[in-house]
Design a protein around this ligand. Structure first.
Ligand code: ZN
Ligand code: FE
Length: 256
């Protein structure tokens, strides 16, 4: 029985805001705070009041709402220990292995550096859900602004080890562009081709393509599939390590 209701809404250009609400205690957390006005509007829509912010990383499109939301609602702000000085209003600095209680539910913290040096993800095992910020996207992964490919590959492997049925919430709607890129890297993947068509339809109808699940990503996201023989053939990297193949895929994505 799930105890949390999760409400995702688009904001800014292509960000998602996510509210996590306990139907038992009435507490509500915002995963990141891209834009205070959008978060407040979503809270009003749902009739919920804010008690916490779970910050994944310091980028402004994930933290710009912190100050206003804290001033207006007195929320407790959780965020990454490794970049705590860059998180406005942070009350509780977290890193790998930390757990905390939200509405009687245990939240586990995973260090997932690569996009930023201190990026963290929030995993709720009992609800089979994870909030991964800009680490993992549908058929993509975050750009390496502050980390190395090796760090990002380690972070992604940590997410890959979660239960496959885990629902994954991401920071951005990048899915359609990611699908087009993924088809170039993994052109013979039937599941990927089907997913790309579904994504195109959803976007044509103005629908979100997220959240996703880990099992769908494991089958279709080339950044999680450097071991795949077809991808290795496309890249002519049959004898390379997974990390080398991952690095090559990330570099190709950077080039467009
Ligand atoms: Zn970011
Ligand atoms: Fe972002």
């Amino acid at each position: 029985m799930t105890k949390l209701e999760i409400h995702q809404f688009p904001c800014l250009n292509d960000n998602y805001g996510v509210l996590v609400h306990s139907t038992e205690t009435g507490e509500t957390a915002s995963v990141d705070a891209p834009d205070a006005e959008a978060v407040l509007a979503a809270l009003q829509d749902k009739g919920w009041s804010l008690s916490a912010i779970f910050t994944t990383h310091h980028h402004h499109d994930h933290t710009d709402g912190n100050a206003v939301l804290k001033e207006k609602t007195g929320v407790k702000i959780y965020g990454p220990r490794g970049e705590a000085q860059k998180i406005p209003g942070i009350d509780s600095a977290l890193s790998q292995g930390d757990t905390f209680d939200f509405a009687g539910i245990e939240i586990q913290v995973l260090d997932t550096p690569g996009h930023t040096a201190g990026h963290i993800s929030y995993w709720i095992p009992s609800e089979k859900v994870a909030f991964v910020g800009d680490t993992l996207f549908a058929m993509g992964c975050g750009r390496l602004f502050e980390g190395t490919p090796a760090q990002m590959w380690t972070s992604l492997q940590k997410l890959m080890a979660l239960p496959p049925e885990t629902t994954i919430y991401c920071g951005h709607e990048y899915t359609q562009a990611n699908a087009a890129f993924s088809l170039k890297i993994d052109p013979d993947n039937a599941e990927l081709k089907t997913r790309a068509k579904e994504v195109a339809e959803l976007r044509a109808n103005g629908q979100p393509t997220l959240p996703t699940t880990l099992s769908v990503e494991l089958a279709t996201n080339p950044f999680l599939r450097p071991h795949d023989a077809g991808i290795r053939k496309t890249l002519d990297m049959a004898g390379a390590t997974d990390e080398e193949v991952f690095t090559e895929i990330r570099e190709r994505k950077n080039r467009g």
